[in-house]
Design a protein around this ligand. Structure first.
Ligand SMILES: Nc1ncnc2c1ncn2[C@@H]1O[C@H](COP(=O)(O)OP(=O)(O)OP(=O)(O)O)[C@@H](O)[C@H]1O
Length: 242
């Protein structure tokens, strides 16, 4: 479980996150939604330690990431998998080398062990046949799958996905959502997904927080989302679902 408490973040006096709370459960797809510029990516960056909030706590199963010692930060980082927007693959590495990369920098395993683990993860996303291909030779959907394989290669407890569907056609988007859902359940991961895609939110958002201008204005499940009485969320939904 990840709990965020009273997160504040500002840049040059401009408040971007204003006291955001949330509780992201294990084995569930937790989603952060909201319009453009409302602080979703900044929240994700505060959660994974790319940015430091001025105030607030990010508790990983009770361990506060914001004030943790370097050793605790390192061990929590090893428990995180991140699927970056666009996949963020290294163009000069093969698919297998991309998936193996976290093992190369974070473990002392032999090359054989690392390749074996990377191949298992590639199999899990249905891409073992593409192991020796270069990222430039595979489709956008395949790149996302490689990104997912890389994100799970360290057996994470926590998985973060930033706009996993961006740039994908609707059918491929559904397949990527399904894969993220299956992996979350199969390995009992606390998964946090930032999304613009309402189809995706309605399909899989077991816990959803809605941000507007850096504040959390609503939280609930995909089942209760459409009956919200929060005007800002109603307005957001009306622009997304015509
Ligand atoms: N490093 C930074 N320095 C200054 N301002 C920043 C920085 N990062 C983000 N911001 C500002 O914080 C606000 C929130 O940005 P953020 O990227 O979190 O929005 P978002 O909700 O993810 O939007 P989108 O859906 O368009 O990606 C924006 O006004 C943005 O300009």
């Amino acid at each position: 479980m990840i709990e965020i408490k009273n997160i504040h973040k500002e840049f040059d006096g401009k408040v971007v996150l204003d006291g955001v709370d949330g509780c992201f459960q294990k084995g569930k797809i937790n989603m952060v939604i909201g319009g453009s510029g409302t602080g979703k990516s900044v929240l994700l960056k505060c959660m994974i330690g790319i940015l430091k909030p001025e105030q607030g706590k990010v508790l990983y199963d009770g361990r506060d990431f914001v004030t943790a010692s370097n050793d605790t930060i390192k061990s929590i980082r090893r428990e995180m998998g991140v699927l970056f927007q666009g996949g963020a693959l290294f163009d000069s590495k093969t698919v297998l080398e991309n998936v193996r990369f976290p093992l190369d920098i974070l473990t002392q395993q032999s090359l054989e062990e690392k390749n074996e683990r990377a191949l298992i993860c590639l199999q899990r996303v249905g891409l073992e046949a593409a192991a020796s291909q270069m990222p430039s030779d595979i489709s956008g959907g395949m790149k996302k799958r490689v990104g997912i394989a890389r994100a799970i290669v360290m057996n994470p407890k926590y998985l973060f996905c930033d706009e996993p569907n961006s740039g994908l056609d609707p059918l491929t988007a559904v397949k990527i959502d399904l894969l993220i859902q299956e992996i979350t359940k199969e390995f009992n991961i606390t998964t946090v997904v930032i999304s613009h895609d309402m189809n995706s939110v309605l399909r899989m958002g077991e816990y959803v927080i809605f941000l507007k201008e850096g504040k959390k204005l609503w939280e609930g499940s995909n089942k209760t989302l459409m009956s919200t009485e929060v005007p800002a969320l109603q307005e957001f939904l009306s622009t997304k679902l015509h």
